[in-house]
Design a binder for this molecule. Sequence first.
Ligand code: CA
Length: 232
Amino acid sequence: MTETLLIVEDEARLAQLHLDYLHSNGYATYWMASGNGVVEWVRAHAPRLVLLDLMLPGCDGLDICREIRQFSQVPIIMVTARVEEIDRLLGLELGADDYICKPFSPREVVARVKAVLRRTPHKPREQRGIVQIDEAGYLARINDHRLDLTTIEFRLLTLLCQNEGRIFSRTQLMDRIYHDHRLVCDRTIDSHVKKLRKKIAQVAPDLELIHSVYGVGYKLEYRETSEVNPVD
Ligand code: CA
């Protein structure tokens, strides 16, 4: 699942500039030129971040922001044409994560996007906020400790995290994490899992994350060692 940034901007030239810069910084982007359908799109696609222009034809960015906040904590950066507007916006407590005033350089936008994404790590559903996956940056953290993973280990962890509780067979895991369909022995997966567990244990010794399911494969579930083996 690629993480997508949604850009809501009615000025096509400006939107194109954002798209180019964000794209060249490794983000997938989607552009909407008006406010129509934005709330529904966010609901359906759960983007990683929304860059939301305040003044949109036939629609107000404020209302969109409020509506999104009814059901989602997706990071929102509001874009306004007037610097004095920002104080008023802050007072409205819309729940936006940052505000940018036009005119701005595309570089500044990228910097703000990165900063907001850093502050708001992606948390796969039902995850109790332990593992943080940044797909665009190929980074994984546990309790804010960075895991030093190979690409294959990263894909493995991401897949399992995004499907918490689901059991995968070794073949399914191989199909999903080896994009080039290399022919590998299914025991290769065992060796990746072993290394991944070791790396997880280095940063979170009490966390049991990846579980073997006898005769089937693996699944991810959050368990503290102490939950399984009480000390007293
Ligand atoms: Ca506008």
